[in-house]
Ligand binder design. Structure first.
Ligand code: ZN
Length: 382
């Protein structure tokens, strides 16, 4: 597969710090136990909080077998920074350099709190040597900052389990407006798929898009016969009032991404409604509202507010994390394999991209090819 080559540049990411982009759609914090962002391979010197709490008999000193060199097995999570009390959050749990030949089971929970549901197929990224799974955690109704614990259990017939456990150094804040009725997992997963009932994969572009890039997307979408969903802010459309007509004329669709890109979990009811009213008029069916940063996407509070304007909530299944400036190869790799921040593309998947991503346009054809290389089809234009 053409996209399977290693990225030309190492991933650039802040090690364990807040992601320094005010307009990101992730609002997520990725622990970086292997120092992947540092562009070096001395895993053993990375700031790991991983703790081996059980030993396997065949392994000296309880150290799991390394995948190569001095790479140390560890576990970590990527999670949002905040969500409404009572809201559900999506978490990616990842084992770095898992020992070969072992089955993996993941557990994620709040320290002294409720367990997450880790479910669905695991994905392996051969370039990063990671195995990951998606988990869903419901926050307590009591506001506060909570610690997330992750555990990977590696088992093999006739051997004692190897257990690696980490408490994330980054707290998950239950703040903003509470959502007292719990979100069900099935609903959260439908919201993640933006109510896509087909196996077609959807391409989505958020936030902003300049006229040159818009024309580029139209051209590429036409060449590839692919329909695109644009979720541009009302603020952008106030400056580009002709965009909705151009999008419609080229056979594409519009969703609502609010007016001013506020985190809706922290926004009062009346203001949420006004943000929807001043956002783009969605031309999808059902009408889709994608909450900025995904904040509130899995809360019944926001779901009811959106329903008052006849909107259904929409998140994404694949995050290219393109706003961060990662090279095109890395964006394509995320779609093809998934990594410690996102699952790979699957049937009915929804891929999140941004018009302002530095390498997004450069990656777009590769992303389309990567979807097709997995045997999946993108929604056609006609
Ligand atoms: Zn956004």
């Amino acid at each position: 597969m053409a996209f399977a080559r290693p990225p030309s540049n190492p991933l650039r990411m802040p090690t364990g710090g807040d992601i320094p982009c005010p307009t990101n759609s992730l609002g997520a914090l990725a622990d970086d136990p292997a120092g992947e962002g540092m562009g070096h391979s001395r895993r053993s010197t990375a700031p790991v909080l991983a703790l081996i709490i059980a030993m396997a008999t065949p392994l000296a000193l309880g150290v799991p077998p390394a995948a190569g060199g001095d790479q140390v097995t560890s576990v970590a999570v990527t999670k949002p920074r905040y969500e409404s009390p009572g809201g559900m959050v999506p978490i990616v749990v990842t084992a770095w350099h898992p020992p070969a030949g072992y089955a993996i089971a993941f557990d994620v929970d709040l320290v002294d709190g409720s367990p997450a549901t880790c479910t669905g197929p695991m994905w392996r990224n051969p370039i990063r040597d990671t195995t990951s799974q998606k988990c869903y955690l419901t926050l307590p109704l009591t506001p506060g900052a909570y610690l997330v614990r992750s555990r990977a259990t590696f088992s093999r017939a006739g051997m004692a389990d190897i257990v690696v456990e980490t408490v994330s150094p980054h707290e998950l804040k239950a703040d903003g407006y509470p959502s007292s009725t719990p979100m069900t997992l099935a609903r959260a997963q439908a919201i993640e798929h933006c109510w896509n009932q087909t196996d077609y994969v959807w391409l989505t572009f958020d936030d902003s898009m300049n006229p040159t890039k818009l024309a580029f997307v139209f051209d590429l979408a036409h060449t590839n016969n692919v329909r695109v969903r644009f979720l541009l802010t009302g603020k952008l459309l106030a400056k580009q009032p002709l965009y909705p007509r151009r999008v419609r004329r080229h056979g594409h669709l519009m969703g609502n991404h609010t007016y001013g890109h506020l985190p809706l979990s922290r926004t009062a009811d009346e203001q949420v409604l006004s943000q929807i009213d001043r956002g783009a008029a969605s031309t999808t069916s059902p009408k889709l509202l994608r909450p900025p940063y995904g904040a509130g996407a899995f809360t019944t509070r926001l779901e009811s507010l959106a329903a008052r304007r006849n909107y259904s909530l929409c998140r994404w299944t694949v995050d290219t994390v393109d706003w961060r400036g990662d090279p095109a190869d890395v964006l394509i790799e995320r779609v093809a394999y998934g990594d410690y921040m996102t699952p790979p593309v699957g049937p009915g998947g929804v891929i999140l991209m941004h018009g302002h991503g530095e390498h997004t346009m450069e990656a777009l054809q590769g992303i389309i090819d990567a979807v097709r290389a997995r045997g999946l089809e993108l929604e056609p234009l006609n």
